[in-house]
Design a protein around this ligand. Structure first.
Ligand SMILES: OC[C@H]1NNC[C@@H](O)[C@@H]1O
Length: 448
C-alpha cells in the first residue's frame, strides 16, 4: 500500500465565481453584465438558463461558508462581480455591492478560511460592452478604477488576488469561437481582447504594488495538454501550435514579457496582428507572486491540412470522458505543470481549478454518490504529489467547484460541484467527493 501525502502547508481550497453562484442579478444596485445579456439571448445557453438565481449565494453565503469550514479548507477562491461595484462599469460606486463582499470576506476570516479573490471572472458590465468592451483599450482604465476600489476596500483582509480568470476564454472562446459572452466570431477582435486583458492584468499588478498591501497577486490561465498523435514532424508541430494557443500565448507575455514568436508569425500569416503599443509588453510582464493554473483535460492532436486555425485536429483515442465530454487524462496535469516549471522557472504554482462534470442526483439514501468524480480527484491528487516530489513548486489546489452552479453555455445541465445544488429548493447536499476531499485534507493524504 503506497501513501499519497501532502506538505502541511499545502493550501487546499475550493473555487467559485460570482455570476455562477450569486443570483440576485438585479438586487442592491447590481448592474447588468454581458452574461445577463448573453443568457437572455435565445439559443445561447442550454434550456435558456440564466444566472438570475443560480445558487442564491448572495443570500446563502453563510451556508456556503459553513460547508467550507466543515470541509476543512484553508482557502476559498471566489470572484467579485464588477457590476455590483460599478453598475455602469465606471462612475458611481455601489456601496451595497461592497457591503456584500465585506460580509463574505469577514465571514470567511471568522471561519478561519483565507479569501482568495478573482477580480475578473467574465461578468463585464454591459455598459462597458456597449462601448466596445475589451476590444476598446479604454476598458483597461475602467478595470483599473474597479481594481483600485476593491484593493482599497479589502486589501487589508484579502491576501491573495487573481487578476483574471482564463484570459483565453475571455478572448478566443468568447470573441472568436463565440460560445461565451459577448459571442463574437472575429479572430482579430479576439486577439485585441486577449492583449488588452493582458495589459489590464499588468496594470493591476502595478497598482497593487503601489498600494503596499500585505498580500500576493497573480493571474490564472487555463492550460491544457495536446500531445502529438504520432512522432511525425507535422503532428509534432500541429500539437505544438494547438497547445501554444492556450498556453504560451498567455504564459509567455505574463512571465517573460513577450509573445511566442512562432505563433506571432503563424497569426501574421493569417493577417492577424497584436495591437501592441509602446510599453505594453513590459507592463504585461510585471513580476507576479504566483501563477494560477486551471486544468481539466488533455489529449492527442495531429496535423490536418487547412483544418481549424492550426492545420490540426484532435484525435479521439481511448480516454474515459466526463459528462461534459472532456478526456480524463490525469498524467497530462503532471506533464503540463512540469513543462511550465521547466519553461518558466520557479514561480509558485497554484492549481486554481480542477474537477469533473458528472451526471449527479440525490439518491434514495439522501446521498450523492459521484464515484467518477471521486476517482477523478484521486487520480489528479496523485499527480499533484508526483509534481511536488519532482520539485515543482506546487503550493496549493482548489477544487472546481464547491457547488453545482451555472456552467455558462451549458447552464445548469452540467454539474461540477462537490456539493449538489437543488435548483428548485437551493438545498445543498455534500457529495461523496466532498467527504473524500474532507478526509484527504484532515489526514494530509490517502492510501493507494
Ligand atoms: O468549465 C468548468 C469551469 N472552467 N473554468 C472556468 C469556470 O468558470 C468553469 O465553470
Amino acid at each position: 500500500m503506497a501513501r499519497i501525502s501532502f506538505p502541511k502547508d499545502f493550501v487546499w481550497g475550493t473555487a467559485t465565481a460570482s455570476y455562477q453562484i450569486e443570483g440576485a442579478y438585479d438586487e442592491d444596485g447590481r448592474g447588468l453584465s454581458i452574461w445577463d445579456t448573453f443568457a437572455r439571448t435565445p439559443g445561447k445557453v442550454v434550456n435558456g438558463d440564466t444566472g438570475d438565481v443560480a445558487c442564491d449565494s448572495y443570500h446563502r453565503y453563510e451556508e456556503d461558508i459553513a460547508l467550507l469550514k466543515q470541509l476543512g479548507v484553508k482557502s476559498y477562491r471566489f470572484s467579485i462581480a464588477w457590476p455590483r461595484i460599478f453598475p455602469q462599469g465606471t462612475g458611481e460606486v455601489n456601496e451595497k455591492g461592497l457591503d456584500y463582499y465585506r460580509r463574505v470576506i469577514d465571514g470567511l476570516i471568522a471561519a478561519g478560511i483565507e479569501p482568495a479573490v478573482t477580480l475578473y471572472h467574465w461578468d463585464l458590465p454591459q455598459a462597458l460592452q456597449d462601448k466596445g468592451g475589451w476590444d476598446n483599450r479604454e476598458t483597461i482604465d475602467a478595470f483599473l478604477a474597479y481594481a483600485e476600489i476593491v484593493f482599497k476596500a479589502f486589501g487589508d483582509k484579502v491576501k491573495s488576488w487573481i487578476t483574471f480568470n482564463e484570459t483565453w476564454c475571455v478572448s478566443f472562446l468568447s470573441n472568436f469561437i463565440g460560445v461565451h459572452a459577448p459571442g463574437h466570431t472575429d479572430l482579430q477582435l479576439a486577439t485585441n481582447v486577449a492583449h488588452h486583458c493582458l495589459v489590464a492584468h499588468g496594470r493591476a499588478v502595478q497598482l497593487y504594488r503601489s498600494l503596499n498591501l500585505p498580500g500576493q497577486i497573480g493571474t490564472t490561465h487555463n492550460l491544457s495538454w495536446s500531445e502529438p498523435y504520432t512522432t511525425r514532424p507535422e503532428d509534432v508541430e500541429a500539437a505544438r501550435r494547438s497547445r501554444a494557443w492556450g498556453n504560451e500565448w498567455f504564459l509567455e507575455p505574463t512571465l517573460k514579457g513577450s509573445y511566442p514568436q512562432f505563433m506571432v508569425e503563424w497569426f501574421r500569416g493569417k493577417g492577424i496582428e497584436v495591437p501592441i503599443l509602446e510599453g505594453d509588453m513590459e507592463t504585461i510582464g510585471q513580476p507576479i507572486d504566483f501563477i494560477g493554473v486551471n486544468f481539466y483535460t488533455g489529449g492527442y492532436t495531429r496535423y490536418k491540412k487547412d483544418s481549424g486555425l492550426f492545420d490540426s485536429e484532435d484525435v479521439q483515442v481511448g480516454f474515459d470522458q466526463t459528462f461534459i465530454g472532456w478526456n480524463v487524462y490525469p498524467e497530462a496535469l503532471y506533464k503540463v505543470l512540469s513543462w511550465l516549471h521547466e519553461e518558466y522557472g520557479d514561480i509558485p504554482i497554484y492549481i486554481t481549478e480542477n474537477g469533473a462534470c458528472t451526471d449527479d442526483h440525490v439518491a434514495e439514501d439522501g446521498g450523492v454518490h459521484d464515484a467518477q468524480r471521486v476517482d477523478y480527484y484521486r487520480k489528479h491528487f496523485i499527480q499533484c504529489q508526483r509534481l511536488i516530489d519532482s520539485g515543482v513548486p506546487l503550493k496549493g489546489y482548489y477544487a472546481w467547484s464547491l457547488l453545482d452552479n451555472f456552467e455558462w453555455a451549458e447552464g445548469y445541465a452540467k454539474r461540477f460541484g462537490i456539493v449538489h445544488t437543488d435548483y428548485e429548493t437551493l438545498e445543498r447536499t455534500p457529495k461523496d467527493s466532498y467527504y473524500f476531499i474532507q478526509k484527504v485534507i484532515s489526514e494530509g493524504g490517502f492510501d493507494v
